[in-house]
Design a protein around this ligand. Structure first.
Ligand code: ADP
Length: 499
């Protein structure tokens, strides 16, 4: 046990992988450190798993699947409900774990636990609704049915920015559908995933149904490649960067796995001159600064119509300048970025923008936090007069930096918003009803928020288009990602006589 990290229930701090219902080390015994991004301190150590471990996990998952696939929906729903209850009963401990290894403020971590749990509850309910169809027969003496069956073993690969929610969003629908899971959480945030496995064990999940392997960045590729090559893995559900998503798509072609890919975004946030500017600033603050700007749906390009441009920047700068920065335990609104690479990216984007003529309005530097001098803190930043030549308008900054660009007309801004290979989320503010429909329908994105800064909820389909990926998580559409459709035709039945 690490003295640095204590919870109310210290048995939620697991430092081994979970395979076939056992807590295990990597086959070759390699381990890796877990770092607190606010202090740089080591708060735990977990296995650094490789290809052999990956195959062993699939062996266990396949065995569990052979039996679990035959469970009835009510039984699967009950398992998920028990898991949901345990997640919420341990909300505070899970939130503390998230904050320690990921860095987000404790308030946000509590919200993440509830948000992740909401997917578990939702899919507990959806499990019972994964029915099929009866197709009216074309010829006498036939019946045609459509049934839905679990795809098989699912590999779930998750990112560090929402270590609990991204995992729940994949494991819950898989279990609801009748699949077994092998999962690799991000190298920066393995402890939350292992705590979720401990709660699933407590909920009574059969051995091998969900297997969690932790690994370093260096070993993510050999581990992932073992799953890609394995014909028993029938689906990959991935949330992360577009290059890794493309790698998974390319290399799953040999075994034609099904894929759900939730990849990078480059979300536009548009403020028209007829918008409620106060509401628009509120929405932008929520959408942009959650998790210090480290979310795939956070606005990465803010376009403001010329006549309200100066006013909007002034209002925004006042709010951004007032944000408080610090480690997760206190009342600060902005925590550290995940690692030094993230700080360097924000700095590089800023330097490039300023070199090309952008104007720094507020922030723009590393932040030395008296309580955490070694933390990766960056001051919330507003940059004005950003244009399409600058890196920050076509690459995700993934930090607390708001680039603002003026525009003249609706057509111009829609073209600017769509001028990206990505298409995950988009936001705009307007009170003109014609414009609302026109823009909502013209924007190339999987999700559009109109006069709102919030999109994510378990009841709505989350996912992108273009190079932001495919597949949807949550909602009435989410379960089908884990089900195969089977058509059953039954012939030579007695023909009913017509009167
Ligand atoms: P980010 O830039 O947010 O870290 P990544 O796409 O690099 O996004 O990482 C998301 C997840 O994908 C992490 O769990 C990471 O370890 C994993 N990953 C990275 N490279 C590979 C790979 N070649 N095969 C399988 N998983 C990978």
């Amino acid at each position: 046990m690490n003295p640095n990290l204590t919870l109310t229930r210290n048995n939620l701090i697991r430092q081994q992988s979970f395979v076939d219902g056992q807590w295990v080390d990597a086959a070759d015994g390699r381990r890796m450190a877990v770092i607190d991004p606010a202090t740089g301190a080591t708060i735990g150590e977990v296995p650094d798993s490789g290809a052999d471990d990956a195959r062993a996990a699939v062996d266990a998952a396949q065995r569990a699947f052979e039996s679990y696939r035959h469970t009835v929906a009510r039984e699967r729903a009950a398992l998920l409900k028990r898991w949901h209850g345990l997640i919420m009963a341990n909300q505070e401990d899970l939130a503390r774990l998230i904050s320690r290894e990921q860095g987000k403020p404790l308030m946000e971590s509590r919200t993440e636990v509830a948000y992740g749990a909401s997917y578990v509850e939702w899919f507990a309910e959806e499990a019972k609704r994964g029915g099929g169809d009866v197709i009216p027969e074309q010829h006498p003496g036939h019946r045609m049915l459509v049934v839905k069956q679990p795809v098989g073993v699912v590999a779930a690969i998750t990112p560090w920015n929402f270590p609990l929610a991204m995992l729940a969003r994949k494991i819950a629908p898989a279990l609801a559908a009748g699949c077994a899971v092998v999962c690799k959480p991000a190298e920066d945030t393995p402890l939350t995933a292992l705590a979720m496995a401990a709660l699933l064990e407590e909920a009574g999940a059969p051995a091998g149904l969900v297997n969690i392997l932790t690994s370093s960045r260096e070993r993510a590729a050999p581990l992932g490649d073992a799953w890609l090559a394995d014909p028993r893995v029938r689906k990959i559900s991935f949330t992360g960067s577009t290059p890794v998503g493309k790698h998974l798509a390319r290399h799953s072609a040999d075994t034609l796995k099904r894929l759900s890919l939730e990849l990078g975004g480059n979300a536009p946030f548009i403020v028209f001159e007829d918008a409620d500017l106060v509401a628009a600033v509120d929405g932008l603050m929520v959408a942009k600064f959650r998790n210090a700007g480290q979310t795939c749906i956070c606005p990465n390009r803010v376009y403001v119509q010329q006549s309200v441009y100066a006013t909007f920047i002034e209002m925004l700068a006042a709010r951004v300048g007032a944000l408080t920065i610090g480690p997760a335990g206190g009342s600060a609104e902005i925590g550290p970025l995940i690692n030094l690479r993230a700080i360097e990216k924000a700095e590089a984007h800023l330097a490039d923008a300023v070199a090309h003529g952008a104007r720094l309005v507020v922030g723009g530097a590393r932040h030395a936090c008296p309580d955490a001098p070694d933390g990766h803190f960056f001051t919330p930043t507003v940059v004005a007069d950003v244009d399409a030549r600058m890196r920050m308008s076509h690459e995700e900054t993934f930090g607390p930096v708001v680039p603002v660009t003026p525009f003249a007309t609706e057509d111009e801004v829609v073209a600017l918003a769509n001028d990206t290979p990505y298409g995950l989320a988009a936001y705009f503010y307007s009170r003109d009803i014609d414009r609302v429909w026109q823009v909502a329908e013209s924007i190339e994105a999987g999700m559009v928020a109109v006069n709102d800064g919030v999109l994510s909820t378990e009841v709505a389909p989350f996912g992108g288009i273009k190079e932001s990926g495919y597949g949807r998580e949550g909602s009435q559409y989410g379960l089908d990602e884990y089900l195969n459709i089977k058509y059953i035709r039954h012939g030579n039945l007695p023909v009913r006589k017509q009167a």
